[in-house]
Ligand binder design. Sequence first.
Ligand code: HEM
Length: 131
Amino acid sequence: MYPSAGGPTRRLTETKTINGVTIPEDTMVSVNPHMLHYYEKYYPNPDTFDPTRFSKENEQARPKCTFLAFSLGPRDCIGKTMALTEEILTVASLLKNFTFQLPKNFVLRTNAAGIIHRPADGMPLRAVRRT
Ligand code: HEM
């Protein structure tokens, strides 16, 4: 849900009217994937951990352009498949060997100001080896 990279920015090659708003040619337009991923119309209860959101059926039920962590279109991320494969393997091997605990009452604040979206106050995660 938290997109780790910023959103796609594009320069309009022609004037466009979207939902009654006219945007002139040459304007730089940016889409905010974080806001999109927390839009309840497409992602109900966005703060709940729910991996089934990304099941094949649920993905097919949403318009394709509602998930932008890797952008979309001819200039989207060419490393998407590799990144997703690495993530799955890394998370699976960590969870096989450790459980993770956050301090009670920890509230995640994020900083999206840089290129990479990251925790604003660090991540006090405690890894406990499974026995
Ligand atoms: C979690 C990991 C990653 C995320 C979230 C991510 C996200 C993105 C995003 C949002 C873009 C911008 C596309 C746009 O402007 O429309 C991008 C572009 C790009 N990414 Fe990734 N990326 C990831 C991993 C990787 C990896 C592993 C590689 C290479 C092995 C890679 C290579 C590239 C390249 C070359 C572009 C530029 C594509 C172009 O301009 O045509 N990325 N990525």
